[in-house]
Design a binder for this molecule. Structure first.
Ligand code: NDP
Length: 243
């Protein structure tokens, strides 16, 4: 008898915002979901509870994406619980703007650690625990194309790094039929944008901000069998902001 292939999805940074919407959506598509968080356990527990209330399977794991050891052990716990990964979504990321003259060095270091180093380490650890033919998805940003906002330089740099990393890693992963693609959202209604949502709405060609579920829908497609021929791509979903 052939044992059925595991269908585990791991979402790095799945407790709030875009990551929480992706975790819920992948659970609805039938994936047992492991999600990581760093600072707000109660939010992570709430996402797990809502997935379970819908009849899905989920666990929450505390793992700072700046910590290689924590990333490795979250992957191990996900696999120990639900089996090898079919999908991994690297969503954990932080945004804080500052003009050049005042840019704090510790903020520079933290954004590089989470948004760049953490993405590489998460992809590396997830790929090692993934089924052949699996799916890796990163959440970059439309600022890799164009931000148009003073103070976003370092954040945009980190997200450009993600887009380039994904394009190149597609070649490393192709022999195992693992695809890797990068979603580049524009302004989405989450905690990151809550304080300046009116400004964002005004500037956006489509006259609104996006909803986390709209990004989750694209993730679900990238995670599906239909997306098997797409790899190394960055897909911008931003209401036309970066045009
Ligand atoms: P939120 O701040 O709403 O949520 C961030 C999520 O990532 C939370 O689950 C948080 O966990 C987790 N997280 C943050 N830092 C770490 C860390 N060091 N280790 C593990 N988990 C972590 O952000 P959004 O949903 O808005 O953003 C998600 C991603 O989308 C980010 O990569 C962001 O850069 C990107 N993005 C967002 C846009 C937007 O307009 N909102 C636009 C373009 C890109 P916890 O609750 O424990 O803090």
């Amino acid at each position: 008898t052939v044992s059925p292939r595991s269908n585990t999805a791991l979402v790095f940074g799945g407790s709030r915002g875009i990551g929480a919407a992706i975790a819920r959506r992948l659970a609805r598509e039938g994936h047992p979901v492991a999600l990581t968080f760093v600072s707000q356990p109660e939010k992570a527990v709430a996402v797990v509870a809502s997935i379970q209330a819908d009849g899905g399977q989920a666990i929450a794991l505390q793992a700072d994406s700046a910590d290689a050891q924590a990333i490795a052990s979250s992957v191990k716990q996900a696999v120990d619980t639900f089996g090898p990964l079919q999908v991994a979504v690297v969503n954990a990321g932080i945004y804080q703007g500052s003009p050049l003259a005042d840019f704090p060095t510790d903020l520079l270091d933290r954004m590089l650690a989470v948004n760049v180093r953490g993405v590489f380490l998460a992809v590396q650890a997830a790929a090692a625990a993934m089924n052949d033919g699996g799916r890796l998805i990163t959440i970059g940003s439309n600022t890799a194309v164009r931000s148009g906002a003073v103070g976003s330089s370092v954040y945009a740099m980190t997200k450009s790094a993600v887009a380039t990393l994904v394009r190149e890693l597609a070649l490393d992963l192709a022999p195992r039929r693992i695809t890797i693609n990068n979603i580049q959202p524009g302004p989405i209604a989450t905690d990151i944008t809550a304080d300046f949502v009116d400004q964002l709405v005004q500037r956006n060609p489509l006259g609104r901000v996006g909803q986390p579920d709209e990004v989750a829908g694209l993730s679900a497609w990238l995670a599906s069998h239909e997306a098997a021929y797409m790899t190394g791509s960055s897909l911008t979903i931003d209401g036309g902001w970066a045009i």
